[in-house]
Write a protein that binds this ligand. Structure first.
Ligand code: AMP
Length: 527
C-alpha cells in the first residue's frame, strides 16, 4: 500500500504542525483517500470503523474550510452518543491546536441546556452534537444554520440503529442547500444508502480496497486491556514467552518513543524505529536487531516496511492497526520460513468491533486470552528453564559439578533442594524481581501492609462477601486466605488485599464480573 504523507496533502501549516505533534507518521488509508476529495469540496461516503483514523479523515478538511474570522456556525458533526461527541470534539481540538480563533462545542443530551446556550452565544464555528439535542437547539433558535457549509454524519449506521433517522432528516432539511455533506458509516445498509441518495450530491464512496490476504502459521491472540495497563501486560507477555526477537507495533511516532523509553526503563533490550530518525540511526537499530543485541523492536507501520528479518518469534499489536491490511502486514513478520509465529493484539473498549472486522477480512481466528497473572508468568518461565535443564542433565557430564555441590552441602547447612531452588530463582532473572516490587498506592485507609480497594457493587445487588472473595481469588489466582477485611455496604464494597498483590488483583479484576455483574474496582480514595 502506498504511503501518503500529510505534507503532500496541501494542508495549512498549523494543521500540519498539529498532526506532526500528534505523532502521525503518514495518512491512514481512509485519510489518504478521503482528505483530497473532501478538500475539493466533494460529498463523500466513507465506509470506515472507529480506529481507522476516520475522525481526522473528515476533521482535517473541515478545519481547512472553517474561517476563523467568522464567528458564525460553519460546520456541524452529528454523532450517535455523548461519548463519541466528546471524543470527536477532543480530536478536533487537538487538530486545530495551532489555529487561532476556532471554537468547538460538543452538545449532547443530559448536559444543562442553559450552559450550552451560553456557550453557543459566545460564537462557535463547529458544533459536534447528538441529533436529539441539536433538534432541541434548533427549536429554541439557539443554533443557526445560515452560514453552515459542512455537515458530517459520523457513525451514521449507529445513529439509525438508535432511532435518530427522523431527527437526522429534519436537520438535513433545515441546513442550507449549498453545503458539503459527509457521511461516515461502518456498514452500508439500505437506509443509509437512502440518506446518501436523498441528501448528498454526486457523493463519492471511499473505502479501502482490500486485497485477499491470508495468514498462516501464526497463533493469534488478543487481550482486552486498559490503556494504562498496556505496558505491564506487554512486559508480562515478554517475560512469559521470552521471544528471542519481537516486533511491537504502535500507531504513532510518539507512542514508539514513549514505549521504547518505558521498556528500556524496565530493563528490556528494546529500540524504537520510526520516520523521524536519521538513516544512520535506523541502520544502527536494524543491525542491532538483526544480530540479536536488540531483542525488541518497536516500530510504526511505515518504518517497519523495510524490515527483512526472518526469525521474529512474536509480533505485538500494542495499538490495534488502523487498517485490516496493516494487521496482515504486521503479523506477517513472524511465522516465516515455515516457523510458527505468535501474534498478540491489545484491544481497548470498542476496538473489539474492529477486531471482528479484521478476523472476517483475514479469514482468521484471533483467540481471546486472559491477561496473565504474575503467577502464570513465573510458572511458565520456571517451566521453560527446567525443560532446558533436562537437556543438560541428559547430555552433559555433570560429575565435576556434582562434587562441587556435595562439597558445599558438607560445608553449609543447605540441602540440594535449597541450592537448586536458588539457581532457579537466579535464572528467572531480575525482571521478575523488578515486577514484584509493590506499587505504592498511598494511604488507602487499609491495615499495615494492605491496600484497600473499592468495588462499585454491594448488598443491594445481592452480593455477599463470599462472592467478592471468590471472585478475587478466582480471577487473580491469589489464595483466598490472603484477602483481608471485606466491608460491604448497600451499593459498594471495600476489600483489603496485600500490598504486593494489589496491582495483580486490580489487573485481574479489570474485566471481571461478580455474580454476573460487571464491576469497577480501584484503590480506595486516599485519606
Ligand atoms: P478514529 O478512527 O478517528 O477513532 O481514530 C483512532 C485513533 O487513531 C485516534 O486516537 C487518532 O488520534 C489516531 N489517528 C488518526 N489518524 C492517524 C494517523 N494518520 N496516524 C496515527 N494515528 C492516527
Amino acid at each position: 500500500m502506498e504511503t501518503v504523507r500529510f505534507e503532500d496533502l496541501g494542508l495549512r501549516p498549523q494543521i500540519l504542525r498539529a498532526v506532526t505533534e500528534m505523532g502521525f507518521e503518514a495518512a491512514s488509508p481512509i485519510q489518504a483517500r478521503a482528505i483530497p476529495l473532501l478538500m475539493e469540496g466533494k460529498d463523500v461516503i466513507g465506509q470506515a470503523q472507529t480506529g481507522t483514523g476516520k475522525t481526522a479523515a473528515f476533521g482535517i478538511p473541515l478545519l481547512e474550510k472553517i474561517d476563523p474570522k467568522n464567528r458564525k456556525l460553519q460546520a456541524l458533526v452529528l454523532c450517535p452518543t455523548r461519548e463519541l461527541a466528546i471524543q470527536v470534539a477532543d480530536e478536533m481540538r487537538r487538530l486545530c491546536r495551532f489555529m487561532h480563533g476556532i471554537k468547538i462545542l460538543p452538545i449532547y443530551g443530559g448536559q444543562d441546556i442553559g450552559k450550552q446556550i451560553r456557550s453557543l452565544k459566545g460564537g462557535i464555528q463547529l458544533v459536534i452534537g447528538t441529533p436529539g439535542r441539536v433538534m432541541d437547539h434548533m427549536r429554541r433558535h439557539t443554533l443557526k444554520f445560515d452560514e453552515l457549509h459542512t455537515i458530517v454524519l459520523d457513525e451514521a449506521d449507529e445513529m439509525l440503529n438508535m432511532g435518530f433517522r427522523e431527527d437526522i432528516e429534519t436537520i438535513l432539511k433545515d441546513v442550507p442547500e449549498e453545503r458539503q455533506t459527509v457521511l461516515f458509516s461502518a456498514t452500508m445498509p439500505k437506509p443509509i444508502l437512502d440518506i446518501t441518495k436523498n441528501y448528498q450530491k454526486d457523493a463519492e464512496l471511499v473505502k479501502v480496497v482490500k486485497k485477499e490476504l491470508t495468514v498462516r502459521n501464526i497463533d493469534q491472540y488478543y487481550y482486552e486491556v486498559k490503556e494504562k495497563n498496556k505496558q505491564e501486560v506487554l512486559s508480562r507477555l515478554l517475560d512469559m514467552y521470552n521471544p528471542k526477537l519481537s516486533l511491537v507495533f504502535c500507531n504513532t511516532k510518539r507512542r514508539v518513543d514513549e514505549l521504547t523509553t518505558a521498556l528500556q526503563g524496565r530493563g528490556y533490550f528494546a529500540e524504537g524505529l520510526h520516520g523521524d530518525m536519521k538513516q544512520s540511526q535506523r541502520d544502527r537499530v536494524m543491525n542491532s536487531f538483526r544480530n540479536g543485541k536488540t531483542e525488541i523492536l518497536i516500530a510504526t507501520d511505515v518504518a517497519a516496511r523495510g524490515i527483512d528479518v526472518d526469525d521474529v518469534e512474536a509480533v505485538f499489536n500494542y495499538d490495534l492497526p488502523q487498517d485490516d491490511e496493516f494487521y496482515v502486514h504486521r503479523i506477517g513478520r513472524t511465522g516465516r520460513a515455515g516457523r510458527v509465529g505468535r501474534a498478540f493484539t491489545f484491544i481497548v473498549g470498542k476496538e473489539v468491533y474492529k477486531l471482528k472486522d479484521i478476523q472476517r477480512y483475514c479469514k482468521t481466528k484471533i483467540y481471546a486470552q486472559p491477561i496473565p497473572s504474575l503467577n502464570d508468568v513465573s510458572a511458565i518461565k520456571a517451566d521453560k528453564i527446567l525443560s532446558g535443564i533436562a537437556d543438560v542433565i541428559k547430555n552433559e557430564d555433570l560429575g565435576k559439578m556434582i562434587s562441587l555441590i556435595e562439597q558445599r552441602l558438607n560445608e553449609e547447612d543447605y540441602t540440594a533442594m535449597d541450592i537448586a531452588a536458588a539457581f532457579l530463582k537466579q535464572a528467572m532473572g531480575y525482571g521478575e524481581a523488578a515486577q514484584e516490587k509493590p506499587v505504592d498506592f498511598g494511604d488507602t485507609g487499609a491495615e499495615e501492609g494492605m491496600v484497600r480497594l473499592f468495588i462499585n457493587i454491594g448488598k443491594k445487588q445481592n452480593v455477599r462477601p463470599g462472592d467478592v472473595l471468590g471472585a478475587i481469588a478466582g480471577e487473580s489466582g491469589m489464595p483466598g486466605k490472603l484477602v483481608g477485611t471485606i466491608d460491604m455496604f448497600d451499593k459498594y464494597t471495600f476489600v483489603e488485599v496485600p500490598q504486593d498483590r494489589a496491582r495483580d488483583v486490580l489487573m485481574a479484576m479489570d474485566h471481571a464480573k461478580i455474580k454476573g455483574k460487571s464491576i469497577n474496582i480501584e484503590p480506595a480514595n486516599q485519606r
